[in-house]
Design a protein around this ligand. Sequence first.
Ligand code: ZN
Length: 213
Amino acid sequence: METSGYIEELRIVGGHVALDFVNTVDGDLEGESRFENLRDYGDLIAWSGRVGLLDPEDAERLAREADREPEGAEAAYRRALELRDVLYSVFRTLAEGEVPPSRSLRSLGGYERDAISRGVLTAGDSGLQWEWKEEWDPALPLWPVVHAATELLTSGDLDRLKLCAGCHWLFLDASRNHSRRWCTMEVCGTHEKARRYVEKRAARRDSQPRGDA
Ligand SMILES: [Zn+2]
């Protein structure tokens, strides 16, 4: 199964797998300048593998299933994009200190019920965990994402949830004093600094007296 190649280059900087999933679009998800990194079902599998939600064997198995059942794979891909819209709506409003739309919460609740109904509870190194291993369904990559998102939303430290001031990606701010404004300093922080420098210089120029006044 082919992938677009965008996933391999994607920056994984959200600090949580659910936010990294939302960050598979560049730019504002509601805006015009968006760029889709998740182009098809192959990309969805590639992304799940990259963030460690699918091991290589499971990824290969899903890719084989998808080749056999392209319609099912396409439906699961569409569902992934819908889920991402729902998660973006919930996380973005929370990052902006607002209450998420009840429609998005109802929808997320439905995804979570679906995920749990297909999961198996297994014993891990530090207690029990949900796993999605036994059922081979093209929607399999979605369930761990949905559950990770609801866990973050119900018991995570949402004070640290932020929207990047540069690129609109979401991230968990792990800095000691919660002062991080950018998803990554190297990419968005330096752009923002450069923009402010140019603005400052322009303001200084405007405030200088004209020579021939
Ligand atoms: Zn950014």
